[in-house]
Design a protein around this ligand. Structure first.
Ligand code: PLP
Length: 368
């Protein structure tokens, strides 16, 4: 029997729908095609409600037809295109079936006798990877501005193996200043790896750490096609780092080939130069309008920069999450040390309207 503690439920939900065991059991409780079949609104996994672009869908369909053969040439094409767009050498890029795989492999490669330090709350995948092989984990609260407290993170242990910085941070959506990340690189213990997870960077104006890679052999930057590109189900991400570091990540040997359809969808997405600015603009507008709606009703929101934000409900957030679910609106998750806050993913206009109507019924005082 699995001992499902509160913390592990939080962790399992973080890992959905990509874990086996109890995570799979939880995933099985979700409808297979949620929005289409149930009319429910899913604002709970930081997914992109628009999915792949029209060009990506067409390319992915071609990729399905070509799937009888190994997709190496598509992978080389994707690496070549990324290298040109990011102005880095091809050898500095490694493709993964989701950036989470790169993150897990980095934690496995650099922790063990050495520890992991990460913020709290933040994305739990690195903590779970470290715990899976018995490495020590240090969780350091975000600072008052909800940025990573780099001072405290560096002071957590002299034997740090991985310093994980999620920028913008999931779940708060808040940014950590570049100067602080550079300080982590300068002051970290020798041999420790700094991982900067930029899963949500395209939604905001913050500078990327990719240009720092050429001068920092211990910096790994992670990117994904799951968020602004709307391809979470296609499982495609990449890591940017110096070749020796990328080689060290291959703890199981060379295995980093993604599916043909995913690779071709990613190439089509990157070639479409209007996709990102359009999606960024509409996400910002819908996110900020909805944060204003909550603030106008007296709730505090985080200074969110991604496709999600957190709201302080000033009461146990679980009650509100359950109430909204009864109205067909799924939000969350809730983090253990922020029990009154809920994370809400930015959906389409009509989905956010459903959220606001349900929230008014569940959590606002009735009007007389
Ligand atoms: N990094 C962060 C911060 C995330 O929030 C997520 C998914 O929610 C991932 C990585 C996983 O990305 P991928 O789908 O590329 O594995």
């Amino acid at each position: 029997m699995v001992d499902v503690t509160r913390r592990s439920v939080v962790g399992l939900m973080a890992a959905l729908p990509l874990l086996s065991g109890a995570g799979r059991a939880l995933a099985a409780t979700l409808p297979a095609t949620p929005k289409a079949s149930s009319g429910e609104v899913y604002l709970n996994f930081n997914e992109n409600p628009w999915g792949p672009s029209a060009a990506a869908r067409k390319a992915m369909a071609e990729g399905v037809a070509l799937s009888g053969r190994y997709p190496y040439k598509f992978q080389y094409r994707l690496v070549d295109l990324l290298a040109r767009q990011l102005s880095v050498p091809e050898e500095h890029i490694e493709i993964y079936a989701g950036s989470k795989v790169a993150l897990q492999q980095a934690v496995l490669a650099y922790t063990g006798s050495r520890s992991l330090v990460l913020a709290t709350p933040t994305y739990e995948a690195p903590r779970m990877a470290a715990e899976a092989h018995g490495a020590t984990v240090h969780e350091v609260p975000l600072d008052a501005a909800h940025a990573h407290d780099i001072n405290a993170m560096l002071a957590a242990d002299t034997q740090l193996g991985v310093i994980y910085i999620c920028n913008p941070n999931n779940p708060t959506g808040t940014l950590t200043p570049m100067a602080q990340i550079e300080r982590a690189l300068k002051e970290k213990p020798a041999g420790a790896l700094v991982v900067v997870d930029e899963a949500y960077i395209h939604y905001c104006d913050a500078p990327s750490c990719v240009p720092l890679v050429k001068d920092h052999p211990d910096l790994l930057v992670l990117r994904t096609f799951s968020k602004i590109y709307g391809m979470a189900g296609a499982r495609l991400g990449y890591a940017v780092g110096q070749p020796a570091l990328l080689a060290k990540l291959n703890v199981l040997g060379e295995q980093n080939v993604a599916a043909a359809a995913s690779l071709l969808g990613a190439i089509a997405s990157l070639e479409d130069r209007t996709l990102l600015p359009e999606r960024k603009q509409s996400n910002t507008r819908i996110r900020d309008e909805n944060m204003t709606w909550f603030r106008d009703r007296g709730f505090t929101c985080t200074a969110a920069q991604g496709n999600f934000f957190m709201v302080d409900l000033r009461r146990p957030a679980q009650e509100v999450v359950q109430g909204l679910a009864q109205h067909g609106v799924r939000v969350g998750r809730i983090w253990e040390n922020w029990p009154n806050w809920v994370r809400i993913t930015v959906g389409k206009e009509e989905e956010m309207a459903r959220l606001r109507s349900a929230f008014a019924l569940v959590a606002l005082p009735a009007k007389r």
